[in-house]
Design a protein around this ligand. Structure first.
Ligand code: NAP
Length: 290
């Protein structure tokens, strides 16, 4: 039976990136819908669950993407609401790659440092979809997380989203200029840059002076890179006594994880792959590699 992936994308055009990865992960056909809103979801999901017998429903799965993470979260909630036993299909949420990217970074941090309880983590520009997901996961790991934002009200909004979604508390610091970074990084073991593409967030002098720093991860692949002195291809190398990962160092693992998750959707019909479940898949991949 052919493996069919229903792509529900909240953006105007359905993501080509998500389609290519889905084919590479084993989907035989992708049924793509763009500009999907909450009101569209129920009938689209019913088209999946009433067409094949319950025992064959693991051959149909749902992918939720698009630029906007909160729109994706709403589509996921609506899709789950439309399912009822035994008529169920597996679903994955990865709006703008935020879950797989954040998970890839967090699991590389876990792999490098081990137990994160009590470690201080600073997530720069942690108000975006990737930063928020990473903040929630690191806080769930027991780290004391601080996210930064240029705007206090934006930071506070993100803090509330993270608390509501992950049931954890994170701190917020308004960061408008790099001169404040050395004080912010004092005592921090983990530095994660989730700032936008093409913006340098950290000059090398700011992180090379941070004595407690054990790992620095930059997710920006577009020059100028986010953390000066961390190369885009760095994947666990040591620089200034700190283990560093660049955007491709994380991105390679992210792509493998993305494919693994899509393939997993077709193994059963009751999976919901959001941040925590995707993290479990990633941790399994790390264990298997050992
Ligand atoms: N390696 C991969 O596979 C992969 C996959 C997906 C994404 N990424 C990368 O991950 C990073 C985070 O992605 P995202 O979608 O979460 O980011 P984003 O939403 O584009 O940006 C994150 C935050 O950056 C801040 N910001 C925006 N413009 C800024 C500027 N000029 N200077 C300083 N801060 C600025 C904003 O926060 P405030 O307004 O609150 O300051 C924004 O909320 C990006 O670099 C993206 O390219 C990598």
């Amino acid at each position: 039976m052919r493996k069919l992936l229903l792509q529900l994308d909240s953006s105007r055009l359905p993501s080509v990136f998500d389609q290519v990865v889905a084919y590479d992960a084993g989907a035989d056909a992708i049924m793509s819908y763009a500009g999907v809103t909450e009101g569209d979801v129920r009938d689209l999901i019913h088209g999946c669950i009433f067409t094949r017998g319950a025992k064959d429903l693991h051959n149909t799965a749902v992918w939720i993407g698009g630029n906007n993470m909160s729109a994706g979260e709403q589509l996921l909630a609506m899709a789950q609401d439309a399912l009822f036993a035994p008529f169920s299909v597996s679903i994955m949420l990865d709006s703008n790659g935020s879950n797989t990217t954040a998970v890839a970074a967090v699991v590389k941090i876990e792999e490098t440092l081990g137990d994160l309880h009590g470690k201080r983590a600073v997530i720069l520009a942690g108000t975006g979809p990737v930063g928020q997901r990473a903040a929630g996961l690191l806080a769930k790991d027991g780290a004391h997380v601080t996210i930064t934002s240029r705007k206090p009200e934006q930071g506070d909004k993100a803090r509330q989203f993270i608390a509501a979604r992950f049931d954890v508390e994170v701190d917020v610091v308004a960061l408008t200029e790099p001169s404040k970074l050395p004080a912010l990084l004092e005592g921090a073991a983990i530095l994660l840059n989730s700032g936008p593409a093409g913006v340098q967030m950290v000059p090398s002098s700011a992180w090379s002076a941070a004595k407690a720093l054990e790992i620095a991860v930059d997710l920006n692949a577009v020059p100028p890179l986010g953390i000066e002195g961390v190369d885009v291809d760095d994947a666990g190398v040591e620089r200034n006594g700190v283990t560093v990962f660049g955007a491709f160092g994380i991105g390679n693992f992210k792509t493998k994880l993305h494919k693994k998750c899509v393939a997993k959707l077709f193994t059963r019909n009751d999976l919901v792959l959001d941040a925590e479940a995707i993290a479990e898949v990633a941790r399994g991949m790390v264990k298997q590699k050992r």
